[in-house]
Ligand binder design. Structure first.
Ligand SMILES: [Zn+2]
Ligand SMILES: [Zn+2]
Ligand SMILES: [Zn+2]
Length: 257
């Protein structure tokens, strides 16, 4: 399995427009964070988690030429607004792309982008073409895409629920400030975990460093990768502060497992 961190930034991205802090002005490419997304390549199946507003640049920079399905964590703009750019993968494959999420996420996306989810009778795509698949709203659900087993699990993101995803030994947990016990069950034995960590100080709908490190200590993955990071985190400074087995993500990071 190969994981590519396409983006690891908070909802504004880093640099943040108009900000002149040392991180936003930094020349270190690892301090340039586009909006969160990962590509999971498993047994020849390419699964994209979320379609960030930066999807086009992410696909160009990482040479992503095929997506077989999109897994949505939730419908917030920083996770969905690149949806129109998924048409590139419709053009390349000649197929409608299946999109998965919980009922609330898929209902929101279908209402917001009816033209994308409208049934197309021919194979000529003028816009993006997705089919909506709602995952059962159980705290933990299992389903398959092209023979790949996927487990989704509920996470609390302030007022809404997001889905975490587990694919074999990999798991992805963004946009979460409370992990229910069922999420810990779904994460047991995971090897590589990409996990929300917005900043040093407590946040309303995200996890902060101390809490995320506590979760990691409980789940004990071989490698934990922090994501959804805001401009409070300077890459080198943060990296020096992290315990063994925990790293800050960066755009373009690739993990083979
Ligand atoms: Zn977000
Ligand atoms: Zn800044
Ligand atoms: Zn969110």
């Amino acid at each position: 399995m190969r994981i590519t961190v396409l983006g690891c930034g908070n909802s504004t991205g880093v640099p943040s427009i108009g900000c002149s802090c040392d991180v936003c002005l930094s020349d270190n490419p690892k301090n340039k964070r586009s909006r969160v997304s990962v590509l999971v390549e498993e047994q020849g199946v390419n699964l994209l988690i979320d379609s960030s507003p930066d999807l086009r640049q992410q696909a160009l920079q990482n040479n992503v030429l095929r997506v077989d399905a999109v897994l949505y964590t939730h419908a917030h703009a920083d996770h969905t607004m690149g949806i129109d750019d998924l048409r590139a993968f419709n053009y390349l494959s000649g197929k409608t792309l299946p999109a998965y999420g919980n009922t609330s996420t898929m209902d929101t996306l279908v209402a917001r982008f009816p033209y994308i989810f409208a049934h197309k009778t021919d194979k000529i795509f003028y816009g993006a073409s997705l089919s909506a698949h709602s995952i059962t709203d159980a705290p933990i659900s299992g389903f398959e895409i092209n023979g790949i087993s996927i487990t989704s699990f509920d996470q609390i993101h302030s007022k809404i629920k997001t889905l975490g995803y587990r694919i074999d030994k990999f798991a992805y947990s963004t946009d979460v400030n409370i992990l229910p016990e069922t999420a810990f069950e779904a994460l047991a034995g995971v090897e590589v975990w990409v996990v929300d960590c917005l900043r040093y100080t407590e946040a309303y709908s995200h996890s902060h460093l101390e809490q995320t490190l506590g979760w990691i200590d409980r789940i004990k993955p071989r490698l934990a990768i922090l994501t959804h990071m805001a401009h409070e985190f300077e890459y080198d400074r943060l990296s020096n502060e992290l315990p063994t087995g925990v790293v800050a993500g960066y755009d373009g990071m690739v993990i083979e497992l």
